[in-house]
Design a protein around this ligand. Structure first.
Ligand code: SF4
Ligand code: SF4
Length: 390
């Protein structure tokens, strides 16, 4: 029996669709250069993709056809040699259309397998976000701003080939750098892309993450109903009406908290989150009305508190708020929980103001698709500079 290699690419639906496809396809093409057969495919349950909702592609490669056929008989790999997260906020865990609950980004990694993350963060920051694993694994960072594009456009910033270069260093049994370079030239006819892969190969290092490191939280999960617990026929219960909001400090009741979908929480869709300056809010209701996910709790004092379990980070509230700098979208890597901002503000207004100022320093470098014509052309040189200089 030959050897089977499995790689997963975890990406943000739509925004990173082409990136994930390019990587999984090029993995198979590079392996073909060495006579290894392979297949790449998207996870069936992730379709249709939604903006930002985590999704997966897989690449399966074998040393011979029979081993590949055996690997393909499984719907998807139970464990992988390499997990690739093309956005660092995915390290907080992923909730997709395809399953219930939150799954750690390193869930499928084999003992000693490698998690590759595209990020500008240091390893410590990524490890802090990532759930603990019961055995050691390796972490490699491909330095750079996580690459986002749209449904019809692709940001050609070399993230795809830099990941391939890193893979050749991490798992040389899968393919060599030479095979990666040949596959890039065959596929893209671009010598500069091959050079970016080689630079990434040279620079890639890994560190070992031990079972004592990482986020100790148990990701939320659900028990599936047994067949005898299911109701007859098909019934989709609607979400109940919601009710009054309670101030935990004063036990005062007022305002309104809508009920939310209890099984799909959405926060792992987010790459940035709104922070609210409650002192300048004029209670105009626009954020509450316009939020596409009914995220705002109306507090007993008539303010609007974005619920961080429900927010998908779309940025509409920032766009509609009429008060300058009252709502600001901030990079999600800056936060370690989903706590209520309003409760924090109520307890310590001065402390909250300081916290807010600190967070606002970290405006998003990421964007949801392109916002104006020519934006990608502006961003690409910066990424190519990182690919060149590191
Ligand atoms: S970013 Fe704002 S508008 Fe968008 S889901 Fe979150 S709270 Fe709602
Ligand atoms: S849109 Fe801005 S000013 Fe209006 S209620 Fe929301 S946070 Fe306050």
């Amino acid at each position: 029996m030959g050897r089977l290699f499995a790689v997963e690419i975890v990406y943000r639906g739509i925004f990173q669709k082409t990136l994930a496809k390019n990587i999984s396809r090029a993995i198979v093409l590079a392996a073909h250069q060495e006579g290894k057969p392979g297949i790449s495919f998207g996870r069936y349950g992730d379709s249709p993709e939604r903006n930002g909702v985590p999704a997966k592609n897989f690449a399966i490669v074998a040393t011979d056809n029979v081993t590949l056929e055996e690997g393909m008989a499984k719907y998807e790999p139970k464990e992988v040699d390499i997990s690739i997260a093309v956005d660092d906020t995915l390290c907080k865990g992923v909730e997709s259309w395809a399953w219930y609950g939150l799954q750690p980004i390193n869930r499928l990694l084999k003992p000693g397998g490698t998690l590759i993350v595209t990020s500008r963060e240091e390893p410590e920051a990524l490890i802090e976000m990532t759930h603990r694993k019961e055995y050691p694994y390796q972490l490699a960072i491909v330095k750079g701003i996580p690459s986002f594009s749209g449904l019809w456009v692709y940001k050609e910033d070399h993230t795809d080939v830099r990941i391939l270069g890193a893979m050749a260093k991490i798992l040389p049994e899968l393919f060599s750098l030479e095979s990666v370079e040949k596959a890039i030239l065959d596929e893209w006819h671009d010598a500069l892309k091959a050079t970016s892969a080689a630079r990434s190969f040279e620079r890639t290092t890994t560190i070992t993450v031990h079972p004592t490191q990482g986020n100790p939280e148990e990701p939320y999960k659900f028990e599936f109903p047994k067949w005898w617990e299911m109701r007859e026929g098909v019934a989709i219960p609607s979400i109940p009406r919601g009710g009054a909001f309670e101030d935990p400090e004063t036990a005062k009741v007022g305002g309104f908290r809508p009920e939310r979908n209890p099984t799909f929480k959405k926060f792992s869709t987010r790459t940035m989150r709104p922070v609210v300056e409650f002192d300048t809010c004029i209670k105009c209701t626009l954020c509450w009305l316009q939020c596409p996910d009914s995220c705002f709790d109306v507090t007993p004092d008539g303010l609007y508190d974005a619920n961080m379990e429900a927010c998908c980070g779309c940025g509409v509230c920032e766009a509609v708020c009429p008060v300058p700098n009252c709502v600001t979208m901030v990079n999600e890597v800056e936060f370690h929980d989903n706590a209520s901002q309003w409760e924090m503000w109520k307890k310590d207004k001065e402390g909250y103001k300081k916290w807010l100022q600190e967070k606002i320093q970290h405006r998003p470098e990421r964007s949801h698709g392109f916002r104006y014509r020519g934006q990608y052309e502006e961003q690409v040189p910066e990424m190519l500079e990182i690919a060149r200089e590191g």
